[in-house]
Design a protein around this ligand. Structure first.
Ligand code: OGA
Ligand code: NI
Length: 207
């Protein structure tokens, strides 16, 4: 697996301060193309579900908060490009554990599609119902993204705002307690979003 050591070190530094890191060309444009096709196929077969807020009893669908559709990924997924991405995230997770002692045990991740004119209002990814999310990651899959397509991610920290364009192949990493927001996407927006967790979720699925 090819991971650039200098960028990796920079990512570790930036995750401790200011708490986020933008990693361009985390995966190649060719891989991006394959992942977009997988997302499109899944979408056409009805595998994507309207995303909600909260979990189980507290789960709500609210278009005024978020407008995306999601499809969870797992390691059973046989697709080579998906595997490749999951392996890279797994490696990143291990490295972060060795260097930052974050106690990361697992990760969960899904494709997300924001149809035209949708957004995700300001929120944090770590809260009562999602207490185990430590590091959020988003791999952007938007080829030929233009400024007027919108859909940027705004991260808020220390009274500052960073605006991140959702460019193909870019991985954004940030601490899950940071406030952030997906600005209005004027064009269909693709990503793979996920969270590194301080709990082993596979245990949750035991009978
Ligand atoms: C999320 C989220 C950011 C993005 O799904 O919780 O904040 O840029 N996504 O897609
Ligand atoms: Ni979020």
């Amino acid at each position: 697996m090819h991971i650039n050591q200098d960028i990796l070190e920079s990512a570790i530094d930036h995750l401790s301060d200011p708490g986020y890191f933008i990693w361009d060309d985390f995966i190649s444009k060719e891989e991006v193309g394959k992942l977009v096709s997988i997302a499109d196929e899944g979408n056409q077969s009805g595998d994507f579900k309207k995303a909600g807020i909260g979990k189980q009893a507290l789960f709500q669908l609210d278009k005024s908060v978020r407008g995306d559709y999601i499809n969870w990924l797992d390691r059973e997924n046989q697709n080579e490009s998906v595997h490749h991405f999951l392996n890279k995230i797994e490696f990143l997770k291990s490295t972060l554990n060795e260097t930052c002692y974050l106690g990361l045990k697992d990760f969960e991740t899904h494709f997300a599609i924001y149809p035209e004119n949708t957004f995700y209002k300001k929120h944090v990814d770590r809260f009562q119902q999602n207490a185990h999310r430590v590091i959020s990651f988003v791999l952007y899959l938007n080829q030929n993204w233009q400024n007027d397509h919108g859909g940027e991610l705004a991260i808020y920290f220390n009274d500052k705002t960073e605006i991140v364009q959702p460019l193909a192949g870019r991985l954004l990493l940030f601490r899950s307690e940071l406030e952030h927001e997906v600005l209005m996407a004027y064009k269909k927006r693709y990503s793979i979003t996920g969270w590194m967790l301080d709990k082993d979720m596979s245990l949750t699925f035991l009978p």
